[in-house]
Write a protein of this length. Structure first.
Length: 280
């Protein structure tokens, strides 16, 4: 594998990756093994079975995405700064098994912003209601710290990061509708909302989630924290209780362990903030 990286930690950070024919063959072999597991068929029959179920273009896309993702993960580990979200991958030409292949990977580093990691976080005293009763916050300690840190971020979130977050949120919304068996129109009728209200709600959710991720990543960087294997294991258990190995194997096979590491480092940052900033 040959890697050509952009100079410095620019945003976006880009690398060009060149794979030898032997590397493409090895990565393709792994992709076919994963397909055999998905289809629950013998590896000797996986190509035939796949051709019965998928189009040529769908098979091509599966191989390209799998090979680029796995190769990019290795290359980015060696060259890239801490980044947010999924890598963007683009092949220079159609992939052919047993032939060299090159592609470009693009990621967005944690933005150069600031977050207040010094001022204590104090739970506000509940206000008395007119009837004399007192309400208390329903936020857990971790949720309170998470929301407070999000509000303490200083600077402007890059537009590209926000556009990516919004696109992902819309994709998740469409998947939610599909899972519920609802059309977009049926959803709006059921919730009595106009199209612009749906757009605004998705934007607000995407912005809040991205702002929270930025805040925690900034804490992680500013406090020079690190992720150990125990935290990786704990994050796997949080994401897939009882299926930790299965999830890790799937993330490794698809070149998506970056998702695990991003989640783990934000958990580490939140743990630190709860311990050092929250005043009970």
């Amino acid at each position: 594998m040959e890697i050509s990286a952009m100079e410095g930690q620019t945003s976006p950070f880009e690398i060009d990756v060149y794979l030898e024919a032997e590397e493409v063959t090895s990565l393709a072999s792994g992709a076919w093994k994963r397909m055999a597991r998905i289809l629950k068929c013998d590896e000797n029959r996986v190509r035939q079975r796949t051709e019965e179920l998928l189009t040529t273009r769908e098979i091509q896309k599966f191989l390209e995405e799998t090979i680029m993702a796995r190769a990019a993960e290795t290359a980015l580990e060696e060259t890239a700064p801490l980044f947010m979200g999924a890598p963007e991958l683009e092949g220079d030409s159609p992939l052919r098994e047993r032939e060299p292949f090159s592609f470009r990977a693009r990621v967005y580093p944690v933005p150069s912003m600031d977050v207040d990691c010094e001022t204590p976080i104090v739970r506000k005293r509940p206000k008395a209601a007119k009837d004399g009763t007192r309400s208390t916050s329903s936020l857990s300690d971790r949720d309170l710290v998470r929301e407070t840190l999000r509000a303490r971020v200083h600077g402007t979130i890059p537009d590209r990061l926000l556009r990516k977050a919004l696109a992902l949120k819309k994709e998740q919304f469409q998947q939610h509708l599909a899972d519920k068996g609802l059309t977009y129109r049926e959803y709006r009728i059921a919730h009595r909302v106009k199209p612009q209200e749906v757009e605004d709600e998705l934007y607000d959710e995407a912005f809040d989630e991205l702002s929270t991720d930025v805040a925690l990543d900034l804490v992680f960087v500013k406090q020079e924290l690190s992720v150990n294997q125990d935290k990786i294991d704990a994050t796997l258990a949080e994401l897939a209780p009882g299926r930790e190995k299965e999830l890790f194997d799937e993330l490794s096979a698809t070149g998506k362990t970056w998702m695990l590491h991003q989640k783990a480092r934000r958990n580490v940052a939140l743990d630190w903030a709860v311990e050092h900033l929250l005043k009970r």
